[in-house]
Ligand binder design. Structure first.
Ligand code: ADP
Length: 186
């Protein structure tokens, strides 16, 4: 499944699939603060990308400590087709009153900021926080899409394509509905 929209001069796409086979300049990893890998999309990215990614993550943690929720760092893509992996930490869902929407928005914003600083033209995101971290997908989709649309609308970088790679058809439908709502309200 795939759908695509123009935002400003850029493209915002939704598709189902596996983010590890994307050919965008960077893919984003829904990491945890330790940056040591884990389950879900994090495990898949480290498995596909090989040890160079973990080695760089270890150096980052040695230098600056664990990555706080809502922040992002960038490493090599190792064996991936993408040249870079942007690692960000989304919030664990604790009912919605613990700053989760702001932290999730920050995870997207900081990832996009790094992509902009590197002069990248394409980035792929997974659905951050909606797996093990339990963030309701419909709410997460609204936050995610609003941040990406805002970044593309501002047009302050070279980003021309942002793809959400959604692992299962249900998450795809949820993002599609949220994107339709966002377009209607724009
Ligand atoms: P979090 O801990 O941030 O919730 P998870 O990895 O548990 O992260 O889940 C985030 C989303 O990533 C979920 O929707 C999950 O289905 C999805 N996912 C898992 N593996 C992949 C993959 N290879 N490509 C894209 N998305 C994936």
């Amino acid at each position: 499944m795939e759908s695509s929209f123009c935002v400003n001069k850029s493209r915002l796409s939704l598709e189902t699939g596996d983010i590890t086979v994307q050919e965008t300049d960077a893919i984003v990893n829904a990491a945890n603060s330790s940056l040591m890998g884990g389950g879900g999309v994090d495990g898949a990215i480290h498995r596909a990308g090989g040890p160079a990614i973990l080695a760089e993550c270890k150096q980052i943690v040695a230098r600056q400590g664990p990555l706080p929720t809502g922040k992002a760092v960038i490493t090599t893509g190792g064996n991936l087709k993408s040249r870079f992996v942007i690692h960000t930490v989304g919030p664990v869902w604790r009912g919605g009153n613990q700053g989760e929407p702001c932290l999730l928005a920050s995870a997207y914003r900081e990832s996009l900021k790094l992509a902009g600083e590197k002069g990248l033209s394409s980035v792929a995101f997974p659905s951050i926080s909606t797996g093990a971290y339990g963030y309701p997908a419909d709410r997460a989709a609204r936050v995610a899409l609003a941040q990406v649309a805002d970044c593309l609308n501002k047009g302050q970088n070279r980003l021309r394509e942002v793809i959400f790679v959604l692992h299962d058809p249900h998450t795809f439908e949820v993002y599609q509905t949220a994107l339709n709502e966002l377009c209607l309200s724009a």
